[in-house]
Ligand binder design. Structure first.
Ligand SMILES: [Zn+2]
Length: 276
């Protein structure tokens, strides 16, 4: 039952195909060519002539980071229900609204708020940040194209923001999902695990959100092969389950803008250390 809940509530991003984004996904996530800052879209890691000195510690100048605010607002209609490739010959629905707190604060809204808080923090550190959806209205990209923008940009990393929805008694805390079948291969999988471990360390130390009590046997890491957003990534990528929205203690944190700012700082610290 727990497995079924996990699959239907949140992470459950069905697998994806490595093709270009669908028209809908493209409109939600502008292509590099349409970016208002085309020069920033190029993931050049070498300093420009005007940046002869190396960036200060914690700075992310020249880095390109893609944030995926999981799910979307729309929960019905032919687009959101249409089946997309899920890998291994299977298909799954394009997307969903995700889970919610018991007071009906929707996961897609949390993901959007948390992703933007993280984007603000990363941009202040000098990173070029792109989101996989343009707003929290209507349809976002299907799960099989969520990694496409990061791949196109050759981003330094992709971080997908979600929160979980387990009804199991006492289930709380964050965990980090890793793919065991990434398009980028074993090297990218290894880098993704390093990123996940860095995030785990910093979230534990800085946010007051505990490691998951119900996923990962205390490791807060969840290796999976059914998450399209990660499976089709060719760059280091992790999917965050920032807490359990169905747990009252976790929900109190997730619904707090002050906590989301704290979590954004923690995630940015982990990313800065990973890329250092
Ligand atoms: Zn989710």
């Amino acid at each position: 039952m727990l497995a079924a809940l996990l699959l239907t509530s949140c992470a459950a991003a069905p697998p994806a195909d490595p093709e270009r984004p669908s028209p809908a996904a493209t409109s939600a996530a502008p292509s590099p060519a349409s970016s208002s800052t085309p020069t920033q879209a190029t993931p050049t890691k070498a300093p420009s002539p005007s940046q002869s000195a190396p960036p200060a510690a914690g700075r992310l100048d020249g880095r390109v980071i893609v944030i995926d605010p999981g799910h979307n607002r729309n929960s019905d209609g032919p687009f959101i229900r249409h089946k997309v490739p899920a890998g291994n010959g299977k298909t799954k629905p394009c997307n969903s609204t995700g889970t919610a707190t018991n007071a009906d604060y929707a996961e897609h809204a949390y993901n959007w708020a948390q992703a933007n808080a993280l984007a603000k923090e990363l941009r202040e550190r000098g990173a070029t940040v792109r989101l996989t959806r343009a707003d929290d209205a209507g349809n976002g990209p299907c799960v099989n194209t969520r990694a496409s923008l990061a791949n196109q940009l050759h981003a330094d990393l992709l971080i997908s923001i979600h929160a979980d929805g387990s009804f199991s008694k006492g289930a709380r805390g964050f965990h980090v999902i890793l793919s065991t079948v990434m398009a980028g291969g074993s090297g990218v999988e290894a880098e993704s695990k390093k990123l996940a471990e860095q995030i785990r360390s910093v979230l534990t130390a800085q946010t007051g959100m505990p490691r998951s009590t119900y996923i990962g046997r205390g490791t807060a890491l969840s290796p999976r092969s059914d998450i399209a957003t990660l499976n089709f990534a060719k760059v280091p990528a992790v999917m965050m389950e920032m807490g359990n929205m169905r747990n009252a203690k976790d929900a109190a944190l997730l619904t707090s803008s002050a906590w989301r700012t704290k979590a954004a700082t923690a995630l940015a610290d982990a990313i800065s250390e990973f890329l250092d």
